[in-house]
Write a protein that binds this ligand. Structure first.
Ligand code: ATP
Length: 307
C-alpha cells in the first residue's frame, strides 16, 4: 500500500487581484497532523493563502493538493475534509448555538442521528452546553469564537484552517481555544493551519511559514528558524551602539542585525565574552543584555530585510 499523501502540497501557488500580486509563488509541504503557523505583516498574503487552500479562491498560477485532491479539479472532495474559521464570526446570530451546529452538521452531510450526536459532542468539548439555547448574537466575543470553532469542527474535519482565530480574545478564552485545538489534533490527527500576529502562538508549531509582500521569506520549525538568528541576541542601546555593532562585525560574530528605536538587536554566533568586553570599553553603551532568540527576531529580520 502506498503511503498517504501529505496534508498539503503546493507548487508555485499564486494569486493576483487585478494588478496586485497578493501571493507570488508558494511552495509548501505540510505533513498530516501538523500544526502550521502563517506569519507575516498586514498584506503579506496569509488570508489569500488560506482562501486558496480552502478552495474559496481560484489560483492565478501554480498547483496544490490537499490530501491528494487537486485544488481546482477536486474542490468538493477538499471541502468535505475542511473546517474553516475566518476573521468574521461565522455563526448565525439569529439561530441558537445548537441550531447553528446542527445546521453545520447537516451541511456537512451527516445523517440526522449522527448530526445530533456530533452537535452534542461539539457542545461538550467547547463547554458550550449551558449556552446551547442562546442566540448566537447573545454570546460574548470569546464564546462566539468558541462557537465558531465548534461549528468548524462539528463534522471532525481532517484539515482546520483558521484566520487569526485568537484576535480579540481574553487570555482565558485564548487558552481555552488552544487547548481545544490541541485536543483535536492529538485525538484525531487533525492538520491545523492558522495565521496570527501573536508570534508566541507560533512557538508551538511544527512548521512556520513567514510571508512578506506575497512571498515566502522563511519557513521551518521554530527552533530551526531561531537558530538562523544565532545562539544569542544582544540588545544594545545608547550613543555608542553603532560603534559596538561595528566592532562586533569586525570580530565576525554578527549573524543578523535589526535596528530598534534606540539601538540594535544583534543575532550573535559564538561566545558572549568578546562582545561583553567591547561593550564594557564603550561608555556610551547604556544598555547591553543577552537573551535567547525568539520568533519575533526572525520575523523582524526577515520581513524588514527586504523592505
Ligand atoms: P492581514 O494580516 O492584514 O490580514 P494578509 O497577510 O492576510 O494581511 P491578504 O489579505 O492575503 O494579506 O492580502 C494580500 C494582498 O492582497 C494585500 O495587498 C491586499 O490589499 C490584497 N488583497 C486582498 N484581498 C483583495 C481583494 N479582494 N481585492 C484586491 N486586493 C486584495
Amino acid at each position: 500500500m502506498s503511503a498517504p499523501r501529505p496534508a498539503i502540497e503546493a507548487a508555485g501557488l499564486g494569486r493576483d487581484y487585478g494588478s496586485t500580486r497578493a501571493l507570488e509563488s508558494l511552495d509548501l509541504l505540510v505533513a498530516r497532523g501538523a500544526l502550521v503557523g502563517l506569519l507575516g505583516p498586514n498584506g503579506a498574503g496569509k488570508t489569500t493563502t488560506m482562501l486558496l487552500l480552502a478552495t474559496l479562491l481560484r489560483p492565478s498560477r501554480g498547483t496544490a493538493r490537499v490530501f491528494g485532491h487537486d485544488l481546482v479539479a477536486d474542490r468538493s472532495a477538499i471541502r468535505r475534509c475542511l473546517g474553516l474559521v475566518f476573521q468574521e464570526p461565522c455563526i448565525d446570530g439569529l439561530l441558537t448555538v445548537e441550531e447553528n451546529l446542527l445546521f453545520a452538521a447537516r451541511l456537512a452531510e451527516l445523517p440526522k442521528r449522527d448530526a445530533l450526536k456530533a452537535v452534542d459532542d461539539a457542545l461538550e468539548r467547547t463547554r458550550l452546553v449551558e449556552r446551547a439555547s442562546q442566540l448566537g448574537r447573545q454570546l460574548s466575543g470569546g464564546w462566539r469564537r468558541l462557537a465558531d470553532i465548534a461549528r468548524a469542527t462539528v463534522h471532525r474535519p481532517a484539515l482546520l484552517i483558521l484566520d487569526e482565530p485568537t484576535v480579540g480574545l481574553d487570555p482565558e478564552h485564548r487558552d481555552r481555544m488552544w487547548t481545544l485545538l490541541d485536543d483535536e489534533r492529538r485525538a484525531r490527527g487533525t492538520t491545523i493551519v492558522f495565521s496570527t500576529h501573536y508570534l508566541t502562538e507560533a512557538e508551538a508549531c511544527d512548521y512556520v511559514v513567514l510571508l512578506a509582500r506575497g512571498a515566502l521569506v522563511a519557513d521551518g520549525n521554530p527552533a530551526a528558524l531561531k537558530a538562523t538568528v544565532g545562539n544569542d541576541v544582544a540588545e544594545i542601546e545608547g550613543p555608542d551602539a553603532a560603534r559596538l555593532l561595528e566592532s562586533a562585525r569586525g570580530a565576525g560574530a554578527v549573524r543578523t542585525v535589526v535596528r530598534t528605536e534606540r539601538g540594535y538587536r544583534i543575532g550573535m554566533s559564538g561566545p558572549r565574552e568578546p562582545l561583553t568586553a567591547l561593550a564594557a570599553a564603550l561608555p556610551g553603551v547604556s544598555r547591553f543584555a543577552f537573551r535567547p532568540p525568539t520568533l519575533e527576531d526572525v520575523y523582524f529580520e526577515r520581513t524588514r530585510r527586504d523592505a
